[in-house]
Design a binder for this molecule. Structure first.
Ligand SMILES: [Zn+2]
Length: 424
């Protein structure tokens, strides 16, 4: 079945396209984008009043399968993805067992093909068992389909191991994705270390715990010539370090999350565990630095760090709750509100940060509506306000944006020309 998406405002940053156009998908591939396409035997979607964009790509999703299916599964996580306009997600390696060997990668790919609603690109572990001691079989992981490697959830403390990972990944043509946190500086921290942690009497996570490791890894990326991708960057110092390194020719990219774009640590006064994540929400100065990094191009991509937990696990005191909140279903609307409507960047640039740019960074064959790539498309309604509310498609419900009025809801998502989500 072929698919015609008619009368929408098509925005495709990969080819500087922004106009009222029709889009035809044939045999799962983008066939044509043109004014008024006539086609027989097609399923037609009227996209009047909607924007039509390349399906969003998330570089940082925790799907929790295998091993923690009470939190999320490949099926439920990808359902959440398409409900947010995502057509591809990169699945982090910290499952149980972790994705540190070929068999796990193959299981994830097979399950995604069987029960997934969107494309799933696995990320392999840097170290065996995520223990930070010995390198995982990186070439094997690459051959099995991993698009990057990361011990995310934890940093790679051993600088020599990180250096070796960077060297190997240069040969494999994939990035090392770094969770930058020296937890020795945190000692039981549950939120950003600063005014509000003191006021609330909670243990703090200093900005320095992120910035010290970013500084180290930028140096390792420089001496190896490897591609370092900094995950969920959250501090002003980290933005500065990436900006300076890139100016000096280091191959470093970075992502930021919607919650670090939209929220500050003052929100934690509510004690809601919906606001407990790692890295934590930071004060306004850090948030502004992230916005500046987005505006000047230092920040390469927006990624959700969708980190679902079971309701019971999060339904405890702030101190005791696990780190992590969901994000796939609200990411675009939150960024539309906080970046586009507040005039930090224009709409095409936002779409680039969530589609073409992530594809480029991890070398994925999507993120464009130019002819021939997979027909992965998302439709958004930018004008009708809606309230973010549980239940979500995700098995988890802990979102920091519950109760917020947003504009920019996904109303339709097609993967390979097949409609996987529709709000009508
Ligand atoms: Zn992380």
């Amino acid at each position: 079945m072929n698919l015609l998406i008619a009368n929408g405002r098509v925005i495709d940053p990969s080819q500087q396209l922004d106009a009222k156009l029709d889009l035809l998908i044939e045999d799962g591939l983008v066939a044509r984008v043109h004014k008024r396409i006539k086609a027989n035997d097609v399923e037609t979607i009227d996209a009047s009043g909607l924007v039509v964009v390349p399906g969003l790509i998330d570089l940082h999703t925790h799907l929790r399968e295998p091993g923690q299916e009470h939190k999320e599964t490949i099926a439920s996580g990808t359902r959440a993805a398409v409900a947010g306009g995502y057509t591809a997600v990169c699945a982090m390696a910290n499952t149980v067992p972790p994705n540190d060997e070929r068999a796990v990668t193959e299981m994830i790919i097979a399950e995604a093909a069987r029960n997934g609603s969107c494309r799933v690109y696995p990320i392999g572990a840097v170290s065996k068992g995520l223990k930070g001691e010995a390198l995982a079989e990186l070439a094997d992981l690459r051959a099995a389909g991993c698009v990057g490697v990361s011990d995310d959830g934890k940093p790679v403390y051993n600088a020599q191991l990180m250096r070796r990972a960077l060297e190997y990944c240069t040969m494999l043509g994939i990035p090392v994705i770094a969770h930058e946190e020296d937890a020795n500086l945190n000692e039981g921290g549950v939120m950003h270390e600063g005014y509000y942690s003191t006021l609330l009497g909670m243990g703090g996570i200093p900005a320095a715990s992120e910035e010290t490791l970013v500084a180290r890894d930028v140096i390792l990326a420089r001496i190896t010539g490897a591609h370092l991708h900094v995950a969920h960057l959250s501090t002003a110092g980290a933005v500065d370090a990436v900006r300076a390194a890139r100016a000096a020719g280091v191959n470093v990219t970075c992502e930021v999350t919607p919650h670090h774009i939209a929220l500050g640590d003052d929100a934690v006064r509510s004690f809601s565990t919906n606001l407990k994540m790692n890295p934590p929400l930071r004060p306004e100065g850090h948030r502004r630095a992230i916005l500046e990094g987005i505006a000047d191009g230092t920040v390469n991509a927006i990624a959700t760090d969708h980190a679902p937990h079971h309701f019971d696990e999060k339904n405890v005191e702030f101190d005791l709750a696990p780190f992590g909140v969901i994000g796939l279903e609200t990411a675009f609307a939150v960024c539309h509100e906080h970046l586009v409507r507040k005039k930090v960047i224009g709409l095409p640039r936002l779409i680039e940060l969530m589609s073409a740019a992530p594809a480029r960074i991890f070398r994925l064959p999507c993120g464009t509506l130019a002819p021939r790539p997979p027909g992965d498309v998302a439709l958004f309604d930018l004008t009708t306000p809606f309230e973010a509310q549980a239940p979500f498609q995700s098995k988890a419900s802990k979102s920091p944006f519950i109760g917020r009025t947003l504009r920019g809801r996904a109303v339709g998502t097609a993967v390979g020309g097949v409609v996987k989500y529709s709000r009508t």
